[in-house]
Design a protein around this ligand. Sequence first.
Ligand code: 13P
Length: 250
Amino acid sequence: ARTFFVGGNFKMNGTVKSIKTIVDNLNNATLDANTEVVVAPPALFLLLVRETLKGKIEVAAQNIYDKPDGAYTGENSVHQLIDSKINWTILGHSERRTLLGETDAVVSSKTKYALDNGLSVIWCCGESLEEREANKTVAVVTGQLASLKESLGTSTAAWAKVVIAYEPIWAIGTGKVATTAQAQDVHAAIRTWLKENVSAEVAEATRILYGGSVNEKNCKELAKQPDIDGFLVGGASLKPGFVDIVNSHL
Ligand code: 13P
């Protein structure tokens, strides 16, 4: 069975004070021991969170650069993250794809670099509203996956360090959550694609998260779907109710 996984993507939010409050809240909560939890604060707060968070919770960067340490002003170094015990990164988030112009090729290159240098990756994919309305959802998502496979290949060891987050763009930050059927259908299509294009083993083992307006109310129903293995939570990860989302699989 796949270990349930809940990620919190704080995006570009928080203050020293509010981040400390989130950490205290997690440190004082009783969290499902069978759920893997990873939080992704803004780069400025990564060390603060890593050094104050207790228990098994892991910390993720929201982005990395696919080069060794050097003259890359403003970028996040994988080597420095590993040195700081930040063992994860989010990559391919739709906000970076659309606002920062990251192409499939850039995302795949970053993913390969992160994996090759010891990070685990929450790799994001998802369609726009226009693409969904044109019935292109599965084509868009599998196209993104195909680009990833081009750089990762079919190695079970490489895929074991990747968690896939399906985040329909129209559901991100909009309060408009995908229905359980809409999410389950795409998750099942992703798993089928993995089976046919990578391996049955990777398809069975890979966690596929749903992201997009997940909150403490809608998470329970989504968590029951057979191909939904967890969540990538944005706005709600900044609030105390994040604990309920972590515990949604109980
Ligand atoms: P919201 O939960 O705020 O919709 O954001 C989802 C997301 O983009 C997580 O990466």
